[in-house]
Design a protein around this ligand. Sequence first.
Ligand code: FAD
Length: 389
Amino acid sequence: MTHSEVAIVGGGIMGSALAYWLTRLSPGLAVTVVERDWAYREASSALSAASIRQQYTSAINIRIAQHSIGFLRAVADELEVDGERPSIGLREDGYLYLARPGEAAALGRAQAFQAAHGAAVARLAPAELAMRFPWLATDDLALGTLGLAGEGWFDGHGLLSAFARRARWQGARYLRDEVTGFERDGPRVTALRLASGGRVSCAVAVNAAGPWARGVAALAGLELPVRARRRTVYVVACRERLAGCPLVIDPSGFWLRPEGERFLAGFAPDPDPDDLPLEPDLEAFEAQLWPALAARIPAFEAARLERAWAGYYELNVFDHNGLVGPHPAVPNLYFMNGFSGHGLQQAPVVGRGVAEHILLGRYETLDLAPLGVDRLVTGRALVEDNVIG
Ligand SMILES: Cc1cc2nc3c(=O)[nH]c(=O)nc-3n(C[C@H](O)[C@H](O)[C@H](O)COP(=O)(O)OP(=O)(O)OC[C@H]3O[C@@H](n4cnc5c(N)ncnc54)[C@H](O)[C@@H]3O)c2cc1C
């Protein structure tokens, strides 16, 4: 039996970012992170495409992205440990959203909204697209939008390790164990029960269990609309160099970005069942992805699949956005779940916000109330059109 002020279930990017912020904002606070797999073999944070964008259609997601990119740029200072300055290889090469005639009006509206919220996103007509990206097939396109700053990709696993390392250095305790239950006193959680037989008593508990968040919520008798949905990331070799290649979001449904000399690509499968084993869907590459890639980027006709991996999106089937903050029915149980493909980039900001809420009872740096769990009770969805399946 140990006691902790805050006990966090899951030590992925969310749990570790929170542990970092809690012990930074309140040095000496007793924080315990319970993580069952210190190798993070199935954790989304280790299997992600680790990209960040400003091109959202909700004000809260844009604000989070603006704060997050600042953190990522300063990560070496923020997460330094004993003179070791982590490098996450942040590249700000932009996202390029593409639209055919039927989708162009919506993309144009999104760009206007982003610009009004301070995001540097340019509109590119087909002729400009062809000039800037000569390797792109533009015949069927009516519009593109390109992020000019604050968008790109980084080493996601590196960011996770840096958060966890710095959190430990600041005094957070990581326990290798599995949370199997909550002890309650009326509506309040009083302790985590562990598979080893141990217990961690706590003033506040946090569900940061990623794709397994629904099961953890169920341990407290709560239903959480978060599902583990498998996504395959394909590593593709293409002989031709694609000068200035950003992260491309194609209207056919795939995404693609450079990764060193190679490319990463993926798409949302349909149908999309829950809880598939984490084996990459290799057949879908030839049947679905390759033809779409080659249609948009003819150089990919000669591309080769080198390898692939699969991870789980922690998909919020209610409205595809993070569910953040205390639960109305169990006020000392916090949630950081359901980020639906944009959690890695939001973790630095969500971690800080949840830490502030736990310590002060309110958000201070950025109001994360629009992501509140209470929308499961009110039924009011947070509408975000730019969700990458
Ligand atoms: C293929 C893919 C591509 C993605 N691309 C992007 C992207 O480009 N940009 C972006 O921002 N996001 C992206 N995401 C999403 C992002 O990776 C996730 O939103 C984020 O990593 C979620 O972090 P987490 O800490 O909540 O979950 P996880 O990293 O899964 O961590 C949860 C941890 O909880 C532990 N755990 C669970 N239950 C228990 C328990 N009962 N007891 C103890 N430990 C437990 C698990 O072992 C796990 O380590 C992508 C995800 C995938 C799968």
